[in-house]
Design a protein around this ligand. Structure first.
Ligand code: ADP
Ligand code: MG
Length: 329
């Protein structure tokens, strides 16, 4: 797996409350986090416990453009998927640290989804006449370990099953044929309005569900084989811990489900990075890892982009995010 770390710019709210930047990109691969309680004028004497560095395959700070992040993390997956293999991109991190910005972006600064799909459809258009492609998409969320179709929420709770070929499928999910990136982005926008978003004490727009875009590329060689490449692009639920959001009851249960599935995901990615035998990988631990079972292992390509705020007020969350992502590597 490729593990990236992105530090977003300081927000206006953080600056207004007097927060200082404590997370810095040291070089292409290393991020340093300083304990905000350490004396800022005493960097040289700062002990190891006051300042810690974490290394990744690639690190980005506030100066990195969407284009830079795309090229360094996801661009190479386009050929993987159109040649019939699977690939997965995750955005990980606490609420408000830039997951949706990286995946969806803005109209002026489109994110990974639009860029990847744009190049995917372009590659299909440029492909030789010997190969025929059909692209379809589905969009679901996993909330409290339940799967909901974001393109048709009235279907209710959906189940996973493994087909005869060992591919994990979501029974009955809406699959929509797509011929352009714009079409997919419009469907994504429609699906996003159906997401389960609950206000929490920590953040009013905290996402409590994993949003999973699945793009399937059916590749038919003339007089030859049929292959399916699957691309998952996943905006994970906020990784802030249940305890930190002062939640009770239902909110606490959500937090427990989120922690469990993010932990299972980290464990799977770590195990795969160390080429553990697949029988020791516990895909069964969560709906998310079960769904991704055949898209994480084998010859699949996995990209994890972890996100942090640079602010001193986010120290505890940044530290746990850096540790999680560093451990997944
Ligand atoms: P998340 O999805 O992790 O909760 P968002 O993507 O919604 O976080 O980001 C929170 C805010 O910060 C948004 O207003 C977003 O536009 C802004 N933001 C995040 N990352 C960046 C970045 N790299 N550059 C500029 N603005 C960013
Ligand atoms: Mg978000």
């Amino acid at each position: 797996a490729l593990v990236a770390l992105r530090i977003r710019p300081m927000s206006a709210a953080e600056l207004a409350e007097g927060a200082r930047p404590i997370a810095h990109r040291l070089d292409e691969q290393v991020v340093v986090l300083r304990d905000p309680l350490a004396d800022p004028d005493d960097v040289l004497r700062a002990s190891r416990s006051q300042q810690k560095s974490y290394s990744f395959d690639v690190a980005f700070d506030a100066t990195a453009t969407q284009e830079t992040v795309y090229r360094a993390t996801t661009q190479s997956l386009v050929t993987v998927v159109i040649s019939g293999s699977n690939a997965t991109v995750f955005a990980y991190g606490p609420t408000g640290c830039g997951k949706t910005y990286t995946m969806l972006g803005t109209d002026g600064e489109p994110g990974l989804c639009a860029r990847t799909l744009g190049e995917l459809f372009q590659a299909i258009e440029d492909a030789s006449g010997d190969v025929e492609y059909e692209v379809s998409m589905s969009y679901l969320e996993i909330y409290n370990e339940m799967i909901r179709d974001l393109l048709n929420p009235s279907l209710g709770r959906l189940q996973l099953r493994e087909d005869a070929g060992g591919t994990v499928q979501v029974t009955g999910i809406t699959q929509i044929p797509a011929t352009s990136a714009d079409e997919v982005m419009q469907l994504l926008a429609r699906g996003n309005r159906q997401r389960t978003q609950e206000p929490t004490a920590a953040n009013r727009t905290s996402s409590r569900s994993h949003a999973v875009l699945q793009v399937t590329v059916r590749r038919q060689q003339r007089g030859g084989g049929l292959r399916h490449g699957r691309l998952f692009m996943i905006d994970l639920a906020g990784s802030e811990r249940a305890a930190q959001t002062r939640n009770r009851g239902q909110r606490m249960k959500e937090g427990a489900h989120i922690n469990r599935s993010l932990l299972a995901l980290g464990n799977c990615i770590k195990a795969l990075s160390h080429r553990a035998s697949s029988k020791y990988i516990n895909y069964r631990d969560s709906k998310l890892t079960r769904l991704l079972k055949d898209s994480l292992g084998g010859n699949s390509h996995t990209v994890m982009i972890a996100h942090i705020s640079p602010a001193s007020t986010a120290f505890a969350e940044s530290r746990s995010t850096l540790a999680y992502a560093h451990r997944a590597k």
